[in-house]
Design a protein around this ligand. Sequence first.
Ligand code: DLL
Length: 432
Amino acid sequence: MIWDPRHECIDREQMRKLQLQRLKETLNLVYHRVPFYRELFDGHGVRPGDLRSLEDIGKFPFTTKLALRDNYPYGLFAVPMKDVVRLHASSGTTGKPIVVGYTKRDLDTWADLIARIVTLAGVTDEDVAQITFGYGLFTGAFGLHYGLERVGAAIVPSSVGNTEKQILIMKDFGTTVLVGTPSYALHLAEAAGRMGIGPGDLKLRVGLFGAEAWSENMRAELERAWGIKATDNYGLSEVMGPGVSGECIEARGMHINEDHFLVEVIDPETGEPKGPGEEGELVITTLTKEAFPVVRYRTRDITALNYEPCACGRTLARMRKVTGRTDDMLIISGVNVFPSQIESVLMEIGGIAPHYQIVVGKKGYLDVLEVRVELTEQAFTGSFRDLEALEERIRSRLQGVLSIGAKVRLMEPFSIERSEGKAKRVVDNRPK
Ligand code: DLL
């Protein structure tokens, strides 16, 4: 089933027309309602009227996270507070968060776009969906909640934490759809195993996972552990929250809700546009947001676009699974290392649990990369020689993939801290 075939299966020319019309409206809205954008555009010598084609978006300046932070809390709102009916905030690990607002229409659009995303993954009104995102300022739980409700699924708003109870609920309530971060889903799977509960005891069939990067190998692990189809969906608070894009059951990239978001991929160094299939930083302009529109927002997320038709029948462009962020790339002894590369290696190797931590430090002038890897209980009881061989195998695979040496530290089962929200995998102890 397709939630909104009129938009999801629209032909490219029609889509471009719709985007152009909506883009003009958005540029006018921000120019006239948000002093920040007026100054930004004036500073670059551009006016909304300069946009005649979609390609003209390239004339407009980018917006960065810094600009959003500088305007904390409400400086970028394009409507008066009386029209704002909901506030959320980005998880912001450092400094002030970014506060985002929604009008009634924004919330309605949001629910509709999530309804598309969950339908993409095959969720229907027959499903029981357990939401394990934290209900709060984070957009994940409320975002998925109203979209699932619109589709008619029965929602179990179990929120985050209370892991054992989550599993009992899953079993007793007959949960069919698990919603959360992939790292928490893994943590839950492990806990279920310890409680002696496996896929055969549950009705789970689909995972709707997002909010953090996860590899194909992690997908395979989640599908195996839960006996489900694990799907990916993507979004960010600055732009809406979840609902920007999601995978259909073909699972070959995430369909972007292009009638609401204009996407570009650029070279993060030069800002120049990249062609379809070329990897770069995703830049998003909202096309229908009322309270918190953004223009050419630099997401820092790395992906590539695909405009080929999809076997599912939708014409919406797809974005490749996000492999990392421009700002989570580690530079270790001059070599670029993405945590996702390390995850892929670890997930291919047997005997280790899918929990790891990357610790970077300095020894004299040299950068040192240490990868802490947790053993499974079976491997932990193995012989010393087996453990040495395992350590060596991980080290040489990492060396092959990263082209730099890494120290591998095998850890006892359950010794690496489990995340309940987004996993924190990297600890960089190098002096700034
Ligand atoms: O994580 C929104 C969300 C909630 C998306 C639930 C999907 C499901 P923020 O907390 O603002 O919002 O974090 C946004 O998380 O820029 C990406 O770096 C990362 N991210 C989100 N989804 C994915 C994904 C939500 N599917 C930031 N794959 C984004 C990889 C993701 N990274």
